[in-house]
Write a protein that binds this ligand. Structure first.
Ligand code: TXD
Length: 321
């Protein structure tokens, strides 16, 4: 049983980091595709020339020809423009929908049995369009957003409490936008509720809530915070790492429970839409949606986020996609 073949469509900021992370972690052989002539070839040559230093034996190649992605096991899609300061993810809708439609048509032709991880924004709409265009089973088309958003939430909690981020579990559900839903109630440090730790730290429930709400807001706006600092594009190291966690769970059949943009058939009261929810990721892609009871506040927030996704998908369909 040879190594898996992983094709990365879009060799820009995120795609380049993904290619290097796959190599460093020796997850599989990499084909990096982009429409910019020679750029993916240059990036993969640069990465592989460090193989003696970094100690990896996987193969990497760059291409501008879709035939080179033939029979990929995993396809990771980063193709699309990133935000600039002042832009919302939704502002990318038309431009990136055209790109995703073209990518999906080519993946359908060259890698019909692959499992796809979609990264391009506006994420929830792009996953929807990609699945519609490829006709792939919904369980094999998965969006990356919640792993990144949850990691951002966990990071802020670890800083606030002065604990290792490795012991923080915090989940973000819903759409990958300003309406995303960090689930405060289940945020914990080795099982201890974060709210309990904050209340002990501040000896004041109101102050503890204020601190938590600030972390929730920072999580929701974290993408824009990086865009504002970078000025020329959006986050790329962290989304790359997030997509690798998903790819590893699929390739190694880890059955991890990860917050991903998955197609719902009634779970959480949602039918026929892609939304960020906890799912079991294994060799078959999304193998199970992990549903749990939400309280009335969480349900209202998730419904609000789902409505934002539905609105964006409706806009996209009205535009003919
Ligand atoms: O976590 C998440 N899901 C998000 C995703 C986190 C941050 C950024 N997110 C989005 O990923 C971002 O808003 C963009 O829509 C994508 C890619 O972001 P990146 O920063 O990598 O953008 P780049 O550097 O512009 O790279 C995009 C590449 C670029 O090299 C283009 O030439 C290529 O996409 N591209 C194409 N590739 C294939 N096919 C077509 N048609 C095409 N058009 C452009």
């Amino acid at each position: 049983m040879g190594r898996k073949k992983i094709s990365v469509i879009g060799g820009g900021q995120i795609g380049g980091v993904i290619a290097q992370l796959i190599a460093l972690r020796q997850i599989g052989d990499v084909v990096l595709f982009d429409i910019v002539e020679d750029m993916p070839q240059g990036k993969t040559l640069d990465i592989v020339e460090a193989s003696r230093i970094d100690g990896f034996d996987i193969s990497l190649s760059g291409t501008n020809d879709y035939k080179d992605i033939d029979s990929s096991d995993i396809v990771i899609v980063t193709a699309g423009l990133p935000r600039k300061p002042g832009m919302s993810r939704d502002d990318l809708l038309v431009t990136n929908a055209k790109i995703i439609k073209s990518v999906a048509e080519n993946v359908k032709k060259h890698a019909p049995n692959s499992i796809s991880i979609i990264i391009s924004n506006p994420l929830d709409a792009m996953v929807t369009l990609y699945k519609k265009t490829t006709g792939f089973p919904a369980t094999k088309v998965i969006g990356q957003a919640g792993v990144l958003d949850s990691s951002r939430f966990s990071t802020f909690i670890s800083w606030e409490l002065g604990v290792s981020v490795k012991d923080v579990n915090a989940m973000v559900l819903g759409g990958h936008g300003d309406t995303m839903v960090p689930i405060i109630r289940y945020a914990n440090v080795n099982g201890i509720p974060v709210m309990e730790l904050l209340e002990k730290k501040y000896k004041d429930k109101a102050k503890a809530s204020e601190v938590m709400n600030a972390m929730v807001e920072r999580t929701k706006m974290a993408g824009g915070e990086v865009v504002k600092l970078l000025k020329t594009g959006s986050a790329f190291y962290s989304p790359a790492s997030a997509s690798i966690a998903m790819a590893e769970s699929i390739i190694y059949d880890e059955k991890r429970v990860l917050p991903v943009c998955a197609y719902l058939n009634g779970e959480f009261g949602v039918n026929g839409f892609y939304v960020g929810v906890p799912a079991v990721l294994g060799s078959n892609g999304v193998e199970k949606i992990i549903e749990f009871d939400l309280n009335s506040v969480e349900k209202a927030l998730l419904d609000n986020s789902v409505n934002a996704v539905k609105g964006l998908v409706a806009d996209m369909e009205r535009l003919g996609f």
